[in-house]
Design a protein around this ligand. Structure first.
Ligand code: MSP
Length: 528
C-alpha cells in the first residue's frame, strides 16, 4: 500500500510506579497502532520516558541514589508493565539516552543561532511536581499551582528564552486552516482562545537544576524539560543525525496522543518549535479525557493517593479484560470514572456472556450436530443475515477508528456479536437438527456462526491480545494467522474452509464475582 502511520504516546515521568490512568493513554495508542498495522500501513509506535528535571532530581536524592540510578529502576518497571499489557511499541525512547540528548542540543543551538532563543532572566512561580512555570495572575489563592493545588516557589535566575510570541499568528492561522489538527474540538477552542490572549516567551533553561541536558555552549544551563521532552518525537526518528531514515519515512506524525492536561504543550509549544525548525507539523494532536476515581470523581493520580495498579487488575482479571475495559468503557475524549464493579460487569457481560457464550454455543453445536467439523454452507438456503451484520459492524468499526472513537469501534463490533447470539435463538439449530429436510439450513446456519466469529476475531486484534487467537484456535484454525493474514483477505466472507475440525476449549472469560458478593452479574445469555 505504501501508506505509513506514526503514533506517539507522551513520554512518562519515571518518578513513581505508573497507574491505570497512565496505562489508559498507552493502551489506546497501542490499539490504534495495531489497527493501522493490521490494515497494512507501515506503522511506527513510539513511547518512552521523560527523565530530566527537578522532580526526579529530588526524588532520587530522597532515595539516596543518583538520578540515573533512580530512573533506571523505575524505567525497568515501566517496560515490564508495558510488556504485561502487550504494548506493541516499535521504539522506547529515554530522554537520558545520548541519541536523544545530542538531537536536543543540536535543536537548541540552531534555535539560538537563528535568534529564536535568547539569553534573558526568568522570574516566576514554579510548580516542581508539575514542572511548570506560572504567572502570578494564574496562581490559585494562597500561591498554589492552578493544576495540582500545591504550593509554588518563586524563582529568579538567568535563563534562555524561546520566542513563542514570534510564531503566534502563524500558529493561529495553521490551526484555523487545519480543523483536524487539535482534537477533540473542545480542546481546539481552548487552545485558540489561549493563543489569542497572547503568548509569552518561554524560559527553556535553568541553572538550578543539574539533572538535565546541558546547553552545549553555556553548560551551566540545563535545557528545561518541555523543550527536551517534546523533541523526543523526532529524536527517536534520528532527526538531524547521520541516519535519519526513520525521520524521513515517518515525520510528520499522524497522531500525538495524550491526556488533556498536556494538550497545551503539544498544541502550542511543540508546533512552534517545529515551525522554527522549518518542519511540518503533526497531523493530529488528540487530548483524551481522564480516568477519574471515587465518588468525588477526582483524577486518578499518585499525589491524590487514589491510584489503581494495572498489574493487580491484570493478575485478577486477565490482560484482555483490562484492555477491553479501558478501551470500551469511556467514549474516547471524555472523562470517565473507574470502578472495579464496572470492570467486572463489562467482563462478565460483554466478554463472558456475549462473546464467550457465542463461541461456546457455536462450538458445542458443531460438535453435536456436525460431528465436530465446520459444515459446508449451501448458498440456496443462505439468509445472508450474519454476513450483512458482520459487514456493517466492520464498516462501523473502521469509520470509528478513523475518527479515533475507539469505544464506538468496539460498540460497533458488539452489534454483530449480539446479532449472532440472536441468530442462534431465531434459527434454533437444535430444532433444525431434528428435521432431516432442514439439513442444508442447519449446515448453513452453523457455518455462518463460525465464519462470523472468525472475522470478528480478526477485527478484535487491535484491542485484545489473547482472545482473537483463542477464537481461531477453537474454530480449528492456526491461531497465528488471525494477526498475520492481510486484513482484506482475512475479513472477506467465506474464508473458513468447510470441513475444518474445531477444537472446542475452555470458556474465553470466566465470570467474576462482584467484590463483596457471590453474585456474578446477569445470567449467561444461554439461560436468559
Ligand atoms: N512527561 C509528561 C509528558 C511529556 S510528552 C512530551 C507527562 N508525563 S505523565 O507521566 O505525567 O503522564 C503521561 C500520560 O498519562 C499523559 O498523557 C497523562 O495525561 C496520562 N495520565 C496520567 N493520569 C491520567 C489519568 N488519571 N487518566 C488518563 N490519563 C492520565 O505528562
Amino acid at each position: 500500500m505504501g501508506e505509513r502511520f506514526y503514533i506517539t504516546t507522551p513520554i512518562y515521568y519515571p518518578s513513581d510506579n505508573l497507574h491505570l490512568g497512565h496505562a489508559y493513554t498507552t493502551v489506546a495508542a497501542d490499539a490504534l497502532a495495531r489497527y493501522y498495522r493490521q490494515r497494512g500501513y507501515e506503522t511506527w509506535f513510539l513511547t518512552g520516558t521523560d527523565e530530566h528535571g527537578q522532580r526526579i532530581e529530588r526524588r532520587a536524592a530522597e532515595a539516596g541514589k543518583t538520578p540515573k540510578e533512580f530512573v533506571d529502576g523505575i524505567v525497568a518497571g515501566i517496560r515490564e508493565l508495558w510488556r504485561e499489557l502487550h504494548i506493541s511499541c516499535d521504539d522506547f525512547i529515554r530522554t537520558s539516552e545520548p541519541r536523544h540528548e545530542k538531537v536536543v542540543q543540536a535543536i537548541f543551538t540552531r534555535l539560538y543561532e537563528q535568534g529564536d532563543i535568547y539569553k534573558s532572566e526568568y522570574v516566576g512561580w514554579y510548580c516542581t511536581p508539575c514542572e511548570t512555570f506560572w504567572l502570578e495572575s494564574k496562581l490559585k489563592e494562597g500561591r498554589l499551582c492552578p493544576d495540582c493545588g500545591r504550593p509554588v516557589e518563586l524563582t529568579r535566575e538567568e535563563s534562555y528564552k524561546f520566542r513563542l510570541s514570534k510564531y503566534e499568528d502563524q500558529l493561529l492561522r495553521y490551526i484555523e486552516e487545519h480543523p483536524d489538527f487539535i482534537q477533540p474540538e473542545s480542546r481546539r477552542n481552548e487552545m485558540t482562545n489561549f493563543i489569542k490572549q497572547g503568548l509569552e516567551d518561554l524560559a527553556v533553561t535553568r541553572t538550578t537544576v543539574k539533572w538535565g541536558i546541558p546547553v552545549p555552549f553555556d553548560p551551566k544551563h540545563t535545557i528545561y524539560v518541555w523543550l527536551d521532552a517534546l523533541s523526543n518525537y523526532i529524536s527517536a526518528l534520528g532527526y538531524g543525525t547521520e541516519d535519519d531514515t526513520l525521520f524521513r519515512k515517518f515525520w510528520p506524525a499522524d497522531v500525538h496522543l495524550m491526556g488533556k492536561e498536556i494538550v497545551r504543550f503539544h498544541a502550542i509549544i511543540w508546533p512552534i518549535i517545529l515551525l522554527a525548525l522549518g518542519l511540518p507539523l503533526p497531523k493530529k494532536v488528540f487530548g483524551h479525557g481522564w480516568l477519574l476515581y471515587g465518588k468525588a470523581g477526582e483524577k486518578m493520580s499518585k499525589s491524590r493517593g487514589n491510584v489503581v495498579d494495572p498489574r493487580e487488575l491484570i493478575r485478577r482479571y486477565g490482560v484482555d479484560a483490562v484492555r477491553y475495559y479501558l478501551l470500551r468503557e469511556v467514549p474516547f475524549g471524555a472523562d470517565g470514572t473507574y470502578t472495579e464493579e464496572q470492570l467486572i460487569l463489562r467482563t462478565n457481560v460483554d466478554l463472558a456472556n456475549d462473546l464467550g457464550n457465542l463461541l461456546s454455543r457455536t462450538t458445542q453445536m458443531i460438535n453435536k450436530f456436525a460431528g465436530g467439523r465446520v459444515p459446508a454452507p449451501v448458498p440456496a438456503v443462505d439468509d445472508g443475515i450474519l454476513q450483512a451484520a458482520v459487514a456493517e459492524a466492520l464498516a462501523g468499526m473502521t469509520a470509528a477508528m478513523d475518527r479515533l472513537e475507539i469505544s464506538d469501534a468496539l460498540a460497533s463490533l458488539w452489534k454483530a456479536v449480539a446479532r449472532a447470539n440472536k441468530y442462534i435463538d431465531e434459527q434454533a439449530p437444535w430444532a433444525l437438527a431434528r428435521d432431516p429436510a432442514q439439513a442444508d439450513r442447519l449446515a448453513t446456519v452453523l457455518y455462518n456462526l463460525a465464519e462470523a466469529q472468525r472475522i470478528l476475531a480478526v477485527a478484535l486484534t487491535p484491542f485484545l491480545v489473547e482472545t482473537p487467537e483463542k477464537i481461531w484456535d477453537q474454530l480449528g484454525l492456526d491461531p497465528t494467522g488471525v494477526r498475520t493474514q492481510p486484513w482484506e483477505e482475512a475479513v472477506a466472507w467465506g474464508g473458513l474452509p468447510p470441513g475444518t475440525a474445531i477444537r472446542r476449549g475452555a470458556p474465553l472469560f470466566p465470570r467474576n464475582p462482584m467484590p463483596g458478593s457471590r453474585r456474578t452479574g446477569p445470567a449467561p445469555a444461554a439461560n436468559r
